[in-house]
Design a protein around this ligand. Structure first.
Ligand SMILES: [Zn+2]
Length: 385
């Protein structure tokens, strides 16, 4: 197992970490609030905050309203103290952004490339993106990619859209950039972004489902991303719905993706003689019963997939995201009806179903968040988000 390159960790001291993380998630706070919530002695706390202000990690942020006496000064976390670079590698496009510690995009870079690129091409494009987005105090680079990723060793094990198998992106990039580099599955990256900065901030147990070209899911258990033993958790698109169903691109029959994705919508658009998915969508919104039925079926099958997840994991919420969410008005009602109507007894009673908040940027923000999570990790916590 590879360790982080250099010691980027901010929080070598546990108490200092407590203060910074509390200000990051719940700030601004007064020194008295911080002392109460961390249990640190006021004198020790005052010294730590003075150090953090000197370093620029924390700033004083005005006065708190007080009914009597002198109003206490609030301190807040400075999200622009440092940033990370998030990258998403798509089939023919590399998108990158510099993201601050609050998950805000501060600068962008993108470049197209020819299909089925050599890994060396992508390595040089990531290097170029990192140069263009360079700023003071870059903590590292996170890369999100569709397919099966070995997060620990930074190996892209299998990526159909790039035609890659067992590609090591991380080690050559760390050597060139002299920064820590992390590789992550794209849906996991999106899930992490929603967990830290989006629809999942209030949930310690949730599933982020994505609908687009395929169907994916990221699973958050007890506040952390669950990657599985080999990094392949959350491949709900290949959950079998009907063993006698049509063949999936993975080689199996009747996977969820076959019934609920852009692949399904394209197939139905062709069968029913709509020019493309967009036209079929327009027809459905104009009241065309045949087109409405296509989207309702998709919602129904997605609901079956989600229901299986709910019965397995009993999450607080399902966060729905992905490119095809722009048609959610057409499939969400059938989806919700299926999930709520039939999930095993109490498992779905208080389940919340909410849209993802970060959109396409979630992939970039999530990739950067993998780096930031390492930065904020307390000395006792396990690695990687
Ligand atoms: Zn499949």
């Amino acid at each position: 197992m590879r360790g982080p390159k250099g010691d980027q960790r901010l929080l070598r001291d546990y108490n200092r970490g407590l203060v910074v993380n509390l200000l990051r998630t719940d700030g601004p706070l007064s020194r008295a609030d911080l002392a109460r919530r961390t249990g640190l002695a006021p004198s020790a706390l005052t010294q730590r905050i003075r150090d953090l202000i000197d370093e620029g990690l924390v700033t004083e942020a005005g006065k708190k309203e007080a009914s009597t006496g002198r109003p206490p000064t609030l301190v807040s976390f400075n999200p622009d103290y440092a940033s990370a670079i998030g990258v998403k590698i798509e089939g023919t496009l590399l998108r990158a952004a510099r993201v601050n510690l609050a998950g805000e995009v501060r600068a962008r870079y993108e470049e197209e490339f020819a299909p089925s690129p050599e890994p060396s091409k992508i390595i040089s494009l990531v290097e170029k993106a990192a140069e263009r987005l360079n700023a003071e105090r870059i903590l590292g680079v996170g890369i999100s990619i569709s397919g099966f990723v070995d997060t620990i060793n930074g190996i892209d094990i299998y990526s159909p859209i790039l035609g890659w198998e067992n590609v090591d992106l991380v080690e050559p990039l760390e050597d060139r950039l002299d920064l820590p580099v992390h590789l992550e599955n794209d849906v996991n990256a999106l899930t992490l972004a929603e967990r830290w900065h989006g629809a999942g901030v209030d949930y310690r147990n949730f599933v982020c489902m994505t609908v687009g070209e395929g169907v994916g899911a990221g699973v958050v258990v007890d506040g952390s991303l669950y990657r599985g033993a080999f990094g392949g958790a959350g491949e709900v698109g290949h959950m079998m719905i009907d063993p006698t169903g049509p063949k999936c691109r993975c080689g199996e029959n009747g996977c969820l993706e076959v019934f609920a994705s852009d692949q399904y919508l394209r197939r139905e658009a062709t069968r029913l003689a709509y020019a493309d998915i967009d036209r079929m969508e327009q027809a459905a919104r104009a009241g065309d019963a045949q087109a409405i039925d296509v989207f309702e079926k998709m919602g129904y099958y997605l609901g079956i997939g989600a229901k299986n997840l709910v019965n397995l994991l009993n999450p607080q919420a399902i966060v729905l995201g992905g490119e095809r969410m722009e048609a959610s008005d057409l499939f969400s009602p059938a989806f919700e009806a299926e999930v709520r109507g039939h999930s095993f007894a109490e498992a779905a009673k208080d389940l919340e179903i909410v849209p993802a908040l970060l959109g396409e940027d979630g992939f970039l923000i999530g990739a950067a968040t993998i780096v930031a999570a390492e930065f904020f990790r307390l000395p006792t916590e396990r690695t990687l988000g």
